[in-house]
Design a protein. Structure first.
Length: 525
């Protein structure tokens, strides 16, 4: 068989004999024999690891250790003459490399790196019931786990009619790399790290389990802790808000504004306020987008994202009562109104704190590595320093898919307080010239109370004998007996271009429900 330069071999279903070296004052020599095939995957339990934790070693076997494997299908080598060699083109299956300090983005004062790998594509499909690394009492990081993941599965990113267990993830050019401190000194040379990696990993990585529906809260299993680096690609989703009421008892804040009354003998704008209102806010959609986010650190149990949202117009309806005093001749006017209208223009800054147990599914198409080091190491071509202990890194962007919550999201009182805004907001300049843009802006910023105060303001009045013309400031109006005294007060569309702080925490995401990596009805095998 010939192998053209620049291509990779494809290795599947080979027996591997692995020798794990002793270093970092804590790794015991182990000899493990496993088989990276779909049939063996379904029957193999997790294997105990060294003092750094419990690990099912099939996770790391295919990545890079195969360079020291014995392949049962390799035949005996045959002697070839020069003429025969001249007719063959190809390249070595094994690849070796030495990286000096400062090369390939490494630390100029850091270790030297020795790399050995396979110029091949390795396909695998596997399940690991429990992956724990860096957990035992004498581990370099104490009593807690650097990496602790339940029900870890790796498969192809897409699959056909035979289902997910028939698919395979692909590891391109897996390799094994050592970090050597004081490489120039024969007496002081020391292994400070080892990395199992692949130049590219492509497939679907899932952790734990999640099923659609209210019966599954979404965080019963999965990623308990993670030490490493990943770059989450930009994503988006739609959060449906819950319908709710808006009352004074909810917010302890009055609805205030200015109403223009056009009923003889009144023809002017007056302030009003109400602590007797009961408005119904309908359920609407909030279109959330999150930019690329870097997640990096030790023993992470949650991830912090910062998104933005545009909120669809919110229909509102309900009852509002207010009394306006100081009116000429009639003295006062009671407003007992059925209010209708909508609030539009709202946007939001959306801080999202999400437990890693709610993240079950990651689409991977990136260089991948799993390393262990006795000190912080900046590995070649790495985006971040691998911290002491165990470290899992995805160098390119990975995708967690659409982030639409499965259930409707409640609107907290704190969010509505921002939307309502302060009572009796002021505006500038005051009086307001007719050549200034409408509506007059409030000094406290946009809010519902601001729109109820200045949102219309199309009428004018004059001063100084008609020499100056100003805007009449008001946000609500009623005209005639039927308009001012009847039971309806149509507010129309209240444009409120306010940006709200709308935090979201620990939401079950609809597209994080997973397809089991098993044949039959089992959720995990």
């Amino acid at each position: 068989m010939t192998q053209k330069k620049g291509t990779t071999s494809r290795l599947t279903n080979k027996w591997l004999t692995i020798y794990v070296p002793r270093f970092l004052n804590g790794f015991n020599i182990q000899v493990i024999k496993a088989k990276a095939s779909a049939v063996e995957r379904r029957a193999s339990p997790a294997l105990p690891g060294t003092q750094f934790g419990k690990a099912a070693l099939p996770l790391v076997l295919p990545l890079a250790l195969m360079l020291i494997a014995t392949f049962s299908s390799v035949g005996a080598m045959q002697k070839m003459h020069d003429k025969e060699l001249a007719e063959v083109s190809g390249q070595a299956l094994m690849q070796m490399e030495k990286v000096l300090p400062g090369d390939k983005g490494t630390d100029i004062n850091g270790p030297t790196f020795y790399k050995a790998g396979l110029d091949a594509v390795v396909e695998l499909n596997m399940n690991i019931d429990k992956l724990q690394l860096g957990c035992t009492n004498t581990a370099v990081n104490g009593n807690f786990c650097d990496i602790d993941i339940d029900k870890l599965s790796l498969s192809g990113g897409t699959w056909g009619a035979d289902g997910r267990p028939s698919s395979s993830a692909a590891l391109t050019r897996p390799f094994f790399e050592f970090a050597i401190k004081n490489d120039q000194s024969k007496t002081l040379r020391e292994i400070v790290g080892i990395r199992l990696s692949a130049e590219k990993a492509s497939g679907m990585l899932t952790a734990g389990d999640q099923q659609p529906g209210e019966s599954d809260p979404g965080n019963t299993s999965g990623i308990n802790s993670l030490s490493g680096y990943m770059k989450l690609g930009p994503t988006s989703g739609v959060a449906e808000t819950e319908a709710r009421s808006l009352t004074y008892s909810d917010l302890n804040r009055r609805l205030t504004g200015r109403i223009f009354i056009d009923i003889w003998p009144v023809d002017d704008a007056y302030n009003f306020s109400s602590d007797e209102y009961n408005l119904n806010l309908a359920s609407v959609g909030a279109n959330v987008s999150v930019p690329t986010t870097v997640v990096s650190g030790k023993r992470l149990s949650s991830v912090n994202l910062l998104g933005s949202a545009t909120i669809d117009p919110i229909p509102l309806s309900g009852d509002l009562s207010a009394t306006i005093t100081g009116l000429p001749i009639i003295g006062s006017l009671n407003l007992d109104k059925t209010v209708t209208g909508s609030v539009s223009g709202l946007t939001a800054t959306v801080p999202i704190e999400q437990s890693l147990k709610f993240i079950h599914k990651i689409n991977v198409n990136s260089p991948f590595s799993l390393s262990m080091q006795g000190a912080d190491v900046l590995w070649p071509d790495a985006s971040a320093v691998a911290e002491k202990g165990w470290w899992m890194a995805f160098e390119d962007e990975v995708s967690i898919g659409n982030i639409s919550p499965e259930a409707k999201v409640p609107i907290d009182n704190s969010v509505l307080l921002q939307a309502v805004g302060p009572e009796f907001p002021s505006w500038e300049p005051n009086p307001y010239p007719t050549n200034e843009p409408l509506p007059p802006p409030c000094t406290s910023g946009p809010s519902i109370n601001c729109t109820l105060t200045t949102g219309i303001s199309t009428r004018t009045y004059t001063t100084d004998g008609g020499n100056y013309t100003w805007r009449e400031i008001y946000g609500v109006e009623c005209g005639g007996i039927s308009g001012c005294l009847s039971g309806n007060l149509p507010l129309g569309n209240l444009t409120v271009p306010a940006n709200l702080d709308f935090p979201l925490n620990n939401l079950k995401l609809s597209e994080q429900s997973i397809e089991p990596n098993c044949y039959g009805t089992a959720r995990f095998c």
